[in-house]
Design a protein around this ligand. Structure first.
Ligand SMILES: [Ca+2]
Ligand SMILES: [Ca+2]
Length: 403
């Protein structure tokens, strides 16, 4: 009998849009959806009301279903999006670590399940591995509460995410030595760099042929096994620098080696332990050229390890520095790479090539052997995300979500 209330004139007056079709006084306000008067009137009035009631009931149920079930589906879709994001990232991370496709896939499946997707619902197509990308679809059928009264028992929700393994935007635990990016990019994968490190040798190891500067190995013999290709690249202090990493404000990545100034003990600590701080690209890091003749034990402590290094594309980017003296410099770090530490050599010998003038003498120097790493599963940032740009083979990598 509640429908009678709707027909009361005062009520209708206040809510004209609820006016029933056929009420003359208010017929101008009749809804176009209202049923036409039945030819069976007046007996049909009750039936007509019932039809209206039924229609409104279904409309009401429809709106309720929309509110409750769609709201629920929306929440579930958010959950599936989180699952897809986490799974794609986990897969891309394994990709960066150089793992097999099966491992990439397993990591993605693991994260889908951990984030609420039923294992039984996961199909092969849900995880696609395309080049350096992992595309994950998370999906589920949400049981409806209200819409099932209208025959809709489940709503399918799905979400997709793409993550890729690309160059890293940040590094932690950097070794406190950076290389000139141009020089580093030109070194062959797996080729050792002999990082010259004796006082005065930066000037001594010069190569000029007919007055034109050349690569050091054009004047000195770097092909010891005479197979026609150089066995190493000589890096003097014009192509590398010692980093004095600035304070890290990051509460997670604190730098326990940090000390005032630019001293040898701070550098030794970092050679041994790496910098705990986080360096995000691009960065201008103060430092020194020069030599660190006392670093032998600290370098040898890392022998055989792959360490992450900054690569600079410019110098003197900073106006102030903790470092002082003629060797003080700052380095514009625009990329990261990795080297495996071959250790310290107390006396590395270079012999002039046959035919060089008498100005070129045999020279010996303390040196650090650092071999350029490419496609290494150890060359992965643990505090950065992917920068989105495809990584060079030697570049420090990280996983990141891609649009
Ligand atoms: Ca050779
Ligand atoms: Ca310092």
């Amino acid at each position: 009998m509640r429908l009678r209330i709707w027909l009361h004139p005062t009520f209708i007056h206040r809510k004209p849009r609820l006016t029933r079709a056929g009420d003359d006084e208010y017929s101008g306000l009749t809804s176009p959806l209202a049923p036409r008067p039945s030819p069976l009137a007046p007996h049909s009035e009750t039936g007509q009301t019932l039809v209206q009631f039924a229609l409104m009931f279904f409309v009401l149920i429809g709106f309720l279903a929309l509110a409750v079930d769609m709201g629920n589906a929306y929440v579930e879709r958010r959950r599936m999006q989180n699952a897809a994001d986490a799974a794609a990232l986990a897969g891309a991370r394994e990709m960066c670590l150089g793992q097999s496709e099966a491992t990439v896939r397993a990591a993605a499946v693991n994260y889908l399940v951990r984030n609420g997707m039923a294992a039984a619902d996961i199909t092969t197509d849900d995880i696609q591995i395309i080049s350096n990308r992992v595309v994950v679809t998370a999906h589920e059928s949400v049981q409806t509460l209200i819409a099932r009264l209208l025959g809709v028992v489940t709503i399918n929700v799905d979400a997709q995410a793409t993550a890729s393994c690309t160059g890293a935007n940040a590094a932690c635990g950097l070794w406190p030595i950076s290389f000139d990016l141009n020089l580093y990019a030109g070194v062959q994968c797996g080729q050792p760099m002999v990082v010259w490190n004796a006082a005065g040798d930066a000037g001594a190891v010069l190569c000029e042929i007919d007055g034109v500067p050349h690569e050091i190995c054009d004047c000195y013999d770097c092909d010891l096994d005479n197979n026609g290709s150089d066995d190493f690249v000589v890096v003097t202090d014009i192509a590398r620098g010692w980093m004095d990493f600035p304070s890290s404000n990051d509460p997670v990545y604190t730098d326990s080696c940090k000390a005032e100034g630019c001293g040898a003990s701070e550098l030794a600590c970092r050679l041994r332990n790496g910098s705990g701080g986080r360096v995000e690209l691009p960065a201008c890091i103060p430092g020194l050229r020069g030599v660190k003749a006392s670093a032998k034990d600290d370098v040898d402590a890392r022998r055989g390890e792959v360490v992450q290094v900054g690569l600079y594309s410019g110098v003197n980017c900073a106006t102030g520095s903790n470092c002082s003296g003629t060797d003080a410099e700052s380095y514009y770090i625009s990329s990261f790479g990795c080297v495996s530490v071959g250790g310290w050599v107390q006396s590395f010998t270079l012999n002039p090539k046959p035919g060089m003038s008498n100005d070129y003498k045999r020279i010996n120097s303390k040196a650090i052997i650092a071999t350029k790493e490419c496609n290494s599963g150890s060359c992965v940032s643990f505090c950065g995300v992917g920068n989105g740009a495809p990584a060079a083979p030697w570049e420090l990598r990280a996983a990141g979500l891609t649009d």
